[in-house]
Write a protein that binds this ligand. Structure first.
Ligand code: AMP
Ligand code: MN
Ligand code: MN
Length: 342
């Protein structure tokens, strides 16, 4: 196994120092987060953009095509600081990437990473490929937002309400509202400092978790209605899986980016260690979410299928047949389970 879940490959003092010096000495800094950004990717980057603004440092912040902010994140502070990727410097001097485990997760901005003189990779994925020149990668961190907060502190920028809110959204999305194993005392300590700036947790939770248009209900019903339980997968640990098709969404006018929560309902299944949801996007590709209760490393399985993620939560993009991918997952989960037991 090349990944030890929960092992903290912490960041050296030298790397912190190099990152701080590069940013302070740069004339301008280019920021990028992973494509189809989640709360952690976009929240970390927008918090950092505000820190650079406070320092008076010119910056560009963006993410690769398609440049569309997901609906549930449209309440984040500082969205107006984003630049369209078409207007991104082709050859950045200093670039900082957020929550991207590999260069290809930056989509169209991967080309800009190749041309950048210096690339500071700020992340927490155990599958991180260390594609930069300086690596602020803490695989023990619950969220990239937690690493970003440390860098903001080292740059001497105080936490404003708006910086804290962007970081808080990263922290709650990646810990599933402080439910996942990565929710350490340090996570609560950080959340406490963020809340102290005046954040109202109930209004953030309402935006992130507790709202959807009515059309979400029939789409959810269709997806749950065809869920399949396979108790024999992974040596008897069990897998539950389902699909959400374009046709389901078209019938209710539901946009793709409102499907993030479906996996959280499917993964409740007591009889299954593993949960998988295939979500068909507007182009007809399947965005696949996988979750594990801890005895099977889904990150390894998703890396094998061209994606990535964490031991407990990972994903990949599928351009082929769902039935074939389910078969591949059955085989991978069997191997990974055997490997983790031995
Ligand atoms: P999601 O199921 O979309 O919530 O994603 C769970 C985790 O898997 C996140 O940490 C993502 O960074 C990672 N992930 C999801 N989709 C992909 C993908 N296509 N390629 C690489 N990593 C992915
Ligand atoms: Mn992410
Ligand atoms: Mn993350």
């Amino acid at each position: 196994m090349n990944s030890a879940p929960g092992s903290a490959a912490d960041i050296t003092a030298d790397e912190w120092e190099r990152a701080v010096v590069s940013i302070m000495e740069a004339e301008a800094v280019c920021l990028a987060c992973h494509i189809c950004p989640d709360g952690d990717a976009l929240g970390s980057m927008l918090a950092f953009a505000q820190a650079l603004q406070a320092l008076g440092k010119p910056f560009t912040a963006s993410f690769g095509d398609a440049f569309v902010v997901p609906r549930i994140l449209r309440f984040l502070p500082a969205l107006d600081l984003l630049t369209h990727p078409d207007d991104y410097p082709a050859e950045p001097d200093v670039m900082v990437t957020f929550d991207a485990a590999s260069r290809d997760r930056l989509g169209s901005l991967a080309a800009n990473v190749r041309k950048a003189r210096e690339v500071i990779v700020l992340d927490h994925h155990s599958s991180n490929t260390r594609f930069g020149t300086t690596h602020l990668v803490d695989t023990g961190a619950a969220a990239t937002a937690a690493v970003a907060e440390r860098l903001i502190g080292r740059l001497g920028v105080p936490l404003t309400h708006d910086i804290a809110l962007d970081l808080y959204v990263g922290l709650i999305t990646d810990t599933g509202s402080f439910k996942y194993a990565a929710t350490t005392p340090d996570v609560h300590e950080l959340a406490g400092r963020l809340l102290a700036t005046g954040i109202r947790p109930e209004s953030v939770a309402r935006e992130v978790w507790d709202r959807a248009p009515f059309g979400y209900l029939p789409v959810l019903s269709a997806a749950l209605g065809r869920a399949t339980l396979e108790p024999e997968v992974a040596g008897g640990l069990g897998m539950v899986w389902t699909t959400v098709t374009r046709a389901d969404r078209a019938a209710c006018g539901l946009p793709y980016d409102l499907l993030e929560g479906v996996i959280d309902i499917v993964r409740r299944t007591d009889e299954a260690e593993l949960a998988v949801v295939f979500k068909e996007d507007d182009e007809g590709a399947w965005q696949v979410s996988t979750r594990s209760r801890g005895r099977v490393d889904v990150g390894l399985a998703c890396v094998a299928l061209g994606g990535g993620g964490h031991p407990g939560a990972a994903g990949f993009t599928l351009h082929g047949d769902v039935a074939h991918a389910v078969q591949q997952l059955r085989e991978l989960f069997a191997q990974i389970e055997v490997a983790t037991r031995s």
